[in-house]
Design a protein around this ligand. Structure first.
Ligand SMILES: *Cc1c(COP(=O)(O)O)cnc(C)c1O
Length: 357
């Protein structure tokens, strides 16, 4: 388990909520495990981390994050595999991305080892909260926010790093109806789209609500300058299959969140000998490809759903239908392999599994 956390204190709850959980009915993100981890940053240093009973925070009304938005997060999952081991999927990548988000938001960098050890320690303490049914997992939410009680715009000098976890059920996403968004923007070059920072999600709510009113589950974000290139879908990366080849928008610009699920999809594609390309993708290439049958698959990739098939793409008032889900051999194979690696039924060819216990 954790190696460098010799200053961790653990206070266990005397009032576990575990026997109150309705395991058959686990709405995503509403059931919280017994403990949380808290680690403050002040006087230029990370303080000793503590695992405490899950509880409310007390905050000064001028808490800087609330006013000026220095706030970042991560999302990853722990599983109980078929051998009853507790494992986490690629947490080193989340640790790296978290550090990069810190940098962009002018927050103190959290060392990747420390991030990993904190995650592993909390998951270890609440390991009996990890459901073992197939497809179920423990969603892990690490986050960092500015805590200076000062009204003035400058980087905060104090911060709170926290982690809590939520048991979550299998994510049966219905095939998505998505709309190409040509007016509103998720991220512009030079902005903060590459960081997992709170404000990006606040900014997406209003356009997403307009899309919902038109009957779409999610938006497909396009580039801020010309609204000509596809970037992401909702809070997932977006991937297509064209003439048997996987294509996905490249992360070269700083407007696309570098997703770990998408990276895993591409690495598995390479492993299976499926060709793939990361490049700019014009909206018209997708629409024309659906019309002429060369685009045979589209899906969102992210930790919550792993792979969320897209059925319909709306563009300028017209709906374009993709082939039925049963025909999607490439994404089904990759999805099944990802699930198998997490469950321990498929060999962990890339060493993606981090064993906690
Ligand atoms: C978190 C996130 C993703 C997916 O990243 P994963 O590491 O695969 O979970 C994609 N896009 C956005 C905007 C995100 O916030």
């Amino acid at each position: 388990m954790s190696t460098t956390l010799n200053n961790l204190s653990v206070t266990r709850t005397s009032d576990s909520k575990l026997n109150q959980v309705d395991w058959e009915n686990l709405p995503f993100g509403r059931v919280f495990s017994d403990h949380m981890l808290v680690m403050d940053y002040k006087d230029g240093a990370w303080q000793a981390p503590a695992i405490l009973p899950f509880q409310n925070l007390q905050l000064h009304p001028a808490t800087s994050a609330i006013h000026y938005g220095q706030s970042i997060f991560e999302g990853l999952k722990a599983y109980k595999n078929q051998n009853d081991e507790v494992v986490i999927f690629r947490p080193q990548s989340n640790a790296k991305r978290f550090r990069e988000s810190c940098l962009r938001m002018c927050m103190p960098e959290l060392p990747e080892e420390l991030f990993l050890d904190c995650v592993a320690a909390l998951v270890g303490v609440d390991s009996n909260w990890i459901p073992s049914q197939p497809g179920y997992s423990l969603y892990i939410r690490p986050f960092l926010f500015a805590t200076d009680d000062f009204i003035g715009i400058k980087p905060s000098e104090s911060y709170k790093f926290m982690i809590f976890t939520c048991p979550v059920g299998a994510y049966y996403s219905q095939p998505l109806r998505v709309k190409i968004e040509e007016r509103y923007t998720r991220a512009a070059e030079g902005g903060v789209g590459r960081a997992k920072t709170a404000g990006n999600y606040a900014a997406s709510l209003y356009p997403a609500k307009l899309g919902n009113k038109e009957g779409y589950h999610q938006l497909v974000w396009t580039d801020a300058k010309e609204h000509k290139y596809v970037e992401e879908s909702g809070t997932m990366n977006i991937v297509f299959v064209k003439n048997g080849k996987i294509i996905t928008p490249s992360e070269e610009s700083d407007t696309i969140l570098p997703g770990i699920t998408k990276r895993s999809v591409l690495e598995l594609a390479a492993h299976f000998g499926i060709p793939f390309e990361e490049r700019k993708i014009e909206v018209t290439e997708i629409i024309d490809g659906i019309k002429d049958g060369s685009i045979t698959d589209a899906f969102g990739a992210g930790t919550a759903a792993t792979i969320a098939p897209i059925q319909t793409i709306g563009f300028r008032g017209q709906d374009y239908e993709l082939p039925s889900l049963e025909t999607r051999e490439i994404s089904s194979k990759i999805h099944a392999t990802l699930d198998g690696i997490k469950a321990g039924t498929h060999s962990d060819v890339f060493n993606w599994i981090y064993k906690v216990i």
